[in-house]
Design a protein around this ligand. Sequence first.
Ligand code: DXP
Ligand SMILES: NCC(=O)COP(=O)(O)O
Length: 241
Amino acid sequence: MTHLSVNLNKIGLLRNSRGRDYPNMLTMAQRTLELGAFGITIHPRPDQRHATYQDAYDLKELLKQYPGRELNIEGFPDEKFLEVVLEVEPEQCTLVPDDPNQLTSDHGWNIGRDQDALRPVIAKLQEKGIRVVLFMDPVADNMALAKSVGADRVELYTEAYANAYHTEQRDEVNVTYQEAAQAALEAGLGVNAGHDLDLENVGLLCADKRITEVSIGHALTVEALEFGWDNVVKKYLGQMA
Ligand SMILES: CC(=O)[C@@H](O)[C@H](O)COP(=O)(O)O
Ligand SMILES: NCC(=O)COP(=O)(O)O
């Protein structure tokens, strides 16, 4: 079974849009873990508009109550990010080549260009026992390079797959991802996947069992609204009766 790590960035975004701690990140993480999710993912960006660095510390404390479950911290390895991750010691850290002001993640690493910067960062994280994942476009030929800089896993960036899912290109694009996953496995890497996965598209991607873990946040939050909205509106109408 593929592991599900629920990305709580959008809970952070909602919380940060008002001056109080609602929704509460830890409550939502606890509910998620109690429901059986394997892990919690956050992606604190430099402006902390989603998850904050403090969330990383708080979630690590919570995860101690759930042995065998994992905290995955994603982000660009700038000085502050690395300081936090090395202190928090999550089970997994996913390095993502985001610019500081990027709306959302939109490309994988160019390892040929960035290998000299990545190698020492990966080694430092691994010294703390942290599993290191590189966010990668689904290019089979680049998987051996990811292994050569020391990564433990890759995370395949799945926006292109999600975009193709409702088109005639779906199967062809899925094959591209499966080939990239197979190349990663053959290079000795584990395979994660994420970005724009949702209830409709995640099944096909994971069907061939090459993918160990998916992290899902944006669509999961929207789907929670979609599936919960009618119920809650009815409850309010009940209060007005
Ligand atoms: C690496 C990746 O694909 C995710 O971290 C994604 O960027 C989710 O973050 P947001 O929902 O905050 O854009
Ligand atoms: N690594 C991807 C992730 O954590 C969540 O991406 P999304 O589901 O918010 O697009």
